[in-house]
Each structure stands twice: as structure tokens, then as C-alpha cells.
Ligand binder design. Sequence first.
Ligand SMILES: [Fe+2]
Length: 292
Amino acid sequence: MQSQLNHIEHYQEWRAAKLAAWSRLKTEAAICIQDPSLLTSTEYQQLARQVSETNLAIYRFKQPDKVDRNIIQRFCEQIGMHQLDQNLCADKDSISALQVMPMGRAKGYIPYSDQRLNWHTDGYYNPPGHEIRSFLLHCVHSAAEGGSNRLLNHELLYIALYDVNPELCRALMETDSMTIPANVENGIELRPAQIGPVFFTNAENDTLNLRYTARTRSIQWKDSELIAIAIKQINTELESSDAILDYRLKAGEGIICNNLLHARTAFTNGNIPQQQRLLYRVRSYNRLFPEE
Ligand SMILES: [Fe+2]
């Protein structure tokens, strides 16, 4: 990746391939999985190819009623999610049940409400060494109305910025471009301030990663003209880019991704459990399909 981004001919080739793959993904059906606890080699290859091209795959389990948390865990292990993140609201098995929570620790967190969730990558506040590289969202029940996922491969965001001015990408790769202030609850520091880049590459596996939140409170951007222009351009892209994929997961469907940019629309639950949105979420420090 580093070499591709630094050499213009390689970059143009990479750019064309990424744009084409994302357009293809938008027209393709979800990948059907017969038994998520034991993938066939064809299913594995289909998922791996889709992720290597677009950082994302959408799947559909053929027998959704048989899926439980244990099966989700076994599915995650097979696709390379070995080191799981244990965040504040996750259960002991590192799976978070995302649903409307009127009480408890999750109360007050937007992911556990029916409100719109703005654009971000997961764990943008995590310390170095604990960056979220991938996550899974599995739909147990969708809401009566709304609750679509909005998805954008961050490689396409990089391309959009590069097309405007390559210097914008360079500025966002500076190691102090974005600071998340410390998380303090009742006078106790739960997490120190995190300073880091927005885009960053991994030398060991040649990949581009993103650390981003669209929130305007509790975030400090580096005082730089280029970064101010870049953030404005990112906002424009996230408001109106044709590349954005809107997908409303149905029961038994899910997404796996290399922590790409995502958002969620607001939703309204119905009166029966089957119309009350429930998603399982798993986050990992590993990228998907590391051996591919
Ligand atoms: Fe998220």
C-alpha cells in the first residue's frame, strides 16, 4: 500500500481497481452461507475476495433461526477475527448486543438508542496497539422501520480527497492530526487522550486504515489549513457521495469489514420482538482474512 500510494502509476492502477470493485459490490447480492460454524472453501473464498477488493462483505445465513452467539464466535474465528475487543458494553464473550437500552451502563450511548448514528470508524478513541481493524454486525431482528447501515470504503474517501489535492491525504496522515480528549466519568479518567493520524498504513500488511469520527464535540483537529480543508471535504463526501452504500440488514444477514466508514439511520421499533432491532457486534484487532 505504501508503495502504491507513493508511486503515481501504481496509485492510478490501485484507484481504478478500487472504484470498479466498489461499484460491482453495490450491484451484488449478499453471499449465502449454509453453515457459519463451518464455512465451505467456496464460501470462504467468496467472502475473502469481496473483502480484499472492497474491505467489506455482506452475508446471509441460510438458517438464521439456528444462529446463536456461539456460532457467531466460530464464524469470526474462521475469518481471522482472533483477538477480540472487550469494550465497556460488551458481554464476556466480547459480543455486544446492540439494541435500545433504556437503562444500565449502555444508557445514554447513541449505539444503544434508536437515534441516527453519525459517520465514524470503530474504536477511533482506542490507544495504539488496540486499534480496531475489523468488525462484524449480525442482524438478529431489524426494526419495524428504518435502521439502515450506511457504508463507505475508506479507500474511496482517500481517492476522493486525493483527486482534490494529494496534500490533503498527506496532512491527514500526520501522526498528530486528530486528538480525542480523555474520557472522564464522575471525575475518574476511564481513557486518556488519544493523539493520532486519520489515515495510516500498515507496513507489515500493506494496507490503508482510517481513524475518524464526524462528531464535532470532544474532538480536536490539528490547527492546520490543510486539515481544515480536508475535514470540510470529508463532510461534503459523507453528505453527498454517490459511492455511499445504504443497506438495511434483514434478520440473518450481516456485514464483515475492515473497519470501514459507517453510519446508521434512525429507526422505530415495533411492539413484537421480531420488529425490535437487535444486532450482534464483534470487534477485532485483526484484519479479516490475514492469510489471503
Ligand atoms: Fe460503529
